[in-house]
Design a protein around this ligand. Structure first.
Ligand SMILES: [Zn+2]
Length: 423
């Protein structure tokens, strides 16, 4: 049996501390936070002087596709940059998927994200193929990494539930195999009616198997794509609230204000979660516009102002839809600050919350998330003094502590000016 170390972190500046100047110690024992107070007397096996740096709960990646990460350029590059060329390329690439191929890339991406302080990840997995290779590979990865990172898997019918007679069977089989959530893509179904039917189908499956729901919803610039109202109505009638997530909802950025106002009122009564993916939404949407060119993002600021839970994701890291991406949630938050015009100081702090505690709500893990006595000891130390600075400088994550153990340490780069330089 592993004996967990007794860890003590000295001089921590808590992300939601009572005052900016107050530094506290955090004592960790048996994988849990035992005490948070200044100058703790605690005998530790390992003591780290944090030196007044920011201590935060880990980052939460609310939306990524681990089955397609790190495949950019295979078998060809996406030249148009559109969502639909990406889907075509992925259809070809996934013919050569193997369990080993998916596991190798997913593990690489998970390590890349963990190094940047991400310890909770929700990944969508394409379940359009009869073999369900990607899902089987990621279920094994989920088990393999469970001691240092929490992975949730969404069964995602990338090609639609009704585009092929067997797709619905594959989706249900994915739940039987152990996917944590049911996905859908109503705007990609052949007709509006089939889109509506697909949302109801997703809710039926979630009820039958007791799973969460996360739907790729209205990921298009079309102002007539209004499946979010169907998702909201189903969530309200069936009393599903926060167990439901609508990802992307980029069409909301194109709705007329009269409809958007009615919709926001309706959404407030549902308490469903929203996930925006600013890096991808900005680059995939607005492609058919000349000028003015739309931003292609959902109404992040307005949803947040209405008190709805909004979190953020990468969606892609080097795949057929996006050849860039670092895995840093601070990159994602920074893009949200800019693209959603959330530059007010409270708004920047809100964007930080969207990659931490709001993400925990989306994943429905908020019971045991956060810097509280009794919670599992999952936390990160950033080379910054507040969330705004962390986003502005894409602060290095100095320490990552997972389940009470020091998972990794990063030494920030150091610049040495030449003393004889002409400055
Ligand atoms: Zn996605």
């Amino acid at each position: 049996m592993t004996v967990l170390p007794r860890l003590l972190l000295r001089r921590c500046r808590l992300v939601h501390g009572s005052t900016a100047d107050e530094l506290v110690d955090i004592a960790i024992e048996a994988g849990h936070i035992q005490a948070i107070a200044p100058d703790l007397a605690f005998t530790a096996t390992t003591e780290i002087d944090v030196g007044g740096h920011l201590v935060s709960p880990p980052f939460v990646e609310s939306h990524i596709h681990l089955d397609s990460v790190l495949t950019a350029g295979q078998p060809r590059w996406n030249q148009s940059g559109t969502l639909f060329e990406g889907i075509d390329i992925w259809r070809d690439r996934k013919q050569s998927l193997t369990v080993e191929d998916v596991q190798r890339r997913a593990l690489q991406a998970l390590r890349q994200q963990a190094e940047q302080g991400v310890l909770y990840i929700r990944s969508h997995v394409d379940v359009s193929e009869a073999s369900l290779t990607a899902l089987k590979a990621l279920l094994a990865v989920k088990h393999q990494v469970k001691d240092w990172i929490t992975l949730q898997l969404v069964a995602f019918p990338q090609d639609g539930i009704y585009s092929h007679p067997d797709n619905a069977t594959h989706l249900e089989e994915a739940l039987r195999l152990g996917a944590d959530a049911v996905g859908g893509i109503p705007h990609y179904e052949l007709t509006r009616e089939e889109g509506v039917q697909s949302v109801q189908h997703v809710f039926d499956l979630a009820e039958r198997y007791g799973r969460l729901i996360d739907i790729h919803c209205d990921e298009i610039d079309d102002d007539q794509s209004r499946f979010i109202e169907v998702v909201a109505a189903c969530a309200q009638r069936r009393g599903w609230g926060s167990r439901v997530t609508a990802s992307h909802t980029t069409a909301m950025g194109s709705y007329n204000d009269a409809y958007a106002l009615k919709l926001l009122g309706m959404l407030q009564r549902t308490a469903i979660n929203f996930v925006a993916n600013p890096l991808i939404n900005l680059t995939l949407q607005g492609r058919t516009d000349t000028y003015p060119k739309r931003r292609g993002l959902t109404r992040v600021k307005e949803l947040w102002q209405q008190g709805l839970n909004v979190s953020l994701g990468h969606d892609c890291i080097q795949d057929p839809w996006y050849s860039l991406g670092t895995g840093s949630m601070l990159d994602v938050a920074s893009m949200a600050v800019h693209a959603c015009q959330m530059t007010g100081i409270q708004e920047i702090a809100a964007c930080y919350d969207m990659v931490t505690e709001h993400g925990a709500k989306t994943l429905q893990i908020d019971d045991d998330y956060g810097l509280k006595i009794g919670n599992s000891a999952n936390l990160i130390v950033l080379d910054a003094t507040d969330p705004c600075e962390a986003i502005r400088r894409r602060a290095t994550v100095r320490y990552v502590i997972s389940q009470g153990q020091l998972l990794l340490e990063t030494v920030p780069a150091q610049v040495n000016w030449n003393p004889s330089g002409n400055t």
